[in-house]
Design a protein around this ligand. Structure first.
Ligand SMILES: [Zn+2]
Ligand SMILES: [Zn+2]
Length: 140
């Protein structure tokens, strides 16, 4: 049996840690499988961002090949981890929970791990442009 953990507890912990060290954004990683405290049916999330708390979480459980009964692949795991990390940080930096329509962009919504594998470890030109504009506006 697998016990899933709600994202809410990671956000409240992340917020406390973020305040203690005066961080602008907190990104947490966990080996535990997650469900979304906001959308309860969303189980085994790759990650989730909480905009108001400026905290995000990435779970390693569903990006491991072993999770799908396949042979461990550390280089694939690292690729997926980087993509999902960019994705959740992208929600914070782009200041939106919207997703990109470009399936190869790190900001694309990934309903399954195959969709994660279609993404590049990068933002598409349109998202990069948005980041550049925000950078200029807010001096991020
Ligand atoms: Zn997203
Ligand atoms: Zn994009």
């Amino acid at each position: 049996m697998v016990r899933l953990h709600g994202t809410e507890k990671f956000y409240s912990l992340g917020k406390r840690v973020g305040q203690a060290v005066k961080a602008d954004i907190v990104l947490a990683f966990t080996e535990e499988p997650l469900y979304s405290s906001k959308f309860k049916k969303a189980e085994f999330l790759f990650g989730e961002a909480n905009r108001p708390l400026e905290t995000c979480i990435v779970s390693l459980a569903p990006i491991r090949e072993e999770f799908y009964g396949r042979t461990r692949d550390d280089s694939l795991l690292l690729q997926r981890l980087l993509k999902e990390t960019l994705h959740e940080l992208g929600h914070q930096l782009l200041r939106t929970m919207n997703h990109c329509e470009n399936p190869t962009c790190a900001m694309a919504y990934a309903p399954d791990v195959a969709a994660v594998d279609k993404k590049q470890v990068n933002f598409c030109p349109a998202c990069r442009e948005k980041l550049t504009q925000l950078h200029a506006t807010f001096n991020l």
